[in-house]
Write a protein that binds this ligand. Structure first.
Ligand SMILES: [Mn+2]
Length: 277
């Protein structure tokens, strides 16, 4: 019995299945933790979503920005981008069932001595506070007013957390931190513009997990979202989006002993796209 955390799959169904064979995943015994962004940009988003739905008793996941984008677009908010690959989900006969299930997945979770979130946490949030804030969003998404929430999801503001924030501003900043953030400015403002590597980042930016005054230490955080960062495994931060979609690799980290399993996905995207998948 083992727990494997797997980074952003983004519709790369074939490498995902190959990775499951590599780790000899046994759904009767093992559990998968998925860092979110199950869908989009890759060629087989619908297959990934169907697989995870079918194996939901053996999978725990957190929502990523692409998952939320899919939900928003499915309700008529936001718009499809040129390189989005989620239309087949929107058109599928079982699409509504899949999307209703996806909408009720958490934004953050904790267990077995670890926490997991798609992008990151603000330094001033403890793990228990962050879990409570995630619940506020989860409640909104699971309630019958979820369309109202999805319709006002997009936007980069507010850029600074305050306990006094209310309403949609409060929910939007929680979502932006947990599903989109990579950097903070040195004075603590959320920066959503720079998405590149650590080397070459503007001097006024600091990665969220190195921001001063962090109050969420002690519980290692599993996250994804930042393929340009690559694998970043240290005591407290386990960032495992190794860029499968971009010809990098898809990674599984066995949480019990931190054994890493990585599958090179070189040129996977080109091959899959050429095959019309
Ligand atoms: Mn993401």
């Amino acid at each position: 019995m083992a727990i494997y955390a797997i980074g952003d799959i983004q519709g790369c169904f074939a490498p995902f299945q190959k990775l499951l064979r590599l780790i000899d995943f046994n759904p009767g015994k093992d559990t998968l933790w998925l860092t979110g962004d199950l869908v989009n940009r890759g060629p087989q988003s619908l297959d990934v979503l169907r697989w995870v739905f079918r194996h939901q008793d053996h999978v725990e996941m957190v929502l990523g920005n692409h998952d939320l984008h899919l939900l928003a677009v499915s309700e008529g908010f936001g718009k499809l981008h040129r390189d989005d690959t989620i239309e087949d989900i929107l058109n599928a006969a079982d699409g509504k069932v899949l999307l209703d299930w996806l909408r009720c997945q958490p934004l953050m979770l904790e267990g077995h001595g670890y926490a997991m979130v798609h992008a990151g946490l603000l330094p001033e949030w403890t793990i228990s506070k962050a879990l409570r804030l995630a619940e506020e969003v989860e409640f909104g998404l699971a309630s019958n007013r979820y369309r109202e929430f999805l319709g006002r999801l997009y936007g980069n503001k507010p850029t600074r957390w305050s306990d006094d924030l209310k309403g949609v501003d409060r929910l939007r900043i929680i979502v932006n931190v947990m599903t989109r953030m990579r950097f903070l400015t040195r004075d603590g403002e959320i920066d959503l513009s720079y998405k590149g590597e650590l080397d070459g980042a503007p001097a006024n930016l600091v990665p969220w997990f190195e921001a001063p005054g962090r109050r969420h230490g002690g519980t290692p955080i599993v996250c994804g979202h930042w393929s340009a960062l690559g694998l970043h495994l240290d005591e407290d931060i386990l960032a495992i989006d190794s860029g499968c979609l971009w010809g990098g690799s898809l990674s599984a980290l066995r949480l019990d002993d931190r054994q890493l399993f990585s599958l090179p996905c070189e040129a996977y995207r080109e091959v899959a796209l050429a095959a019309g998948k």
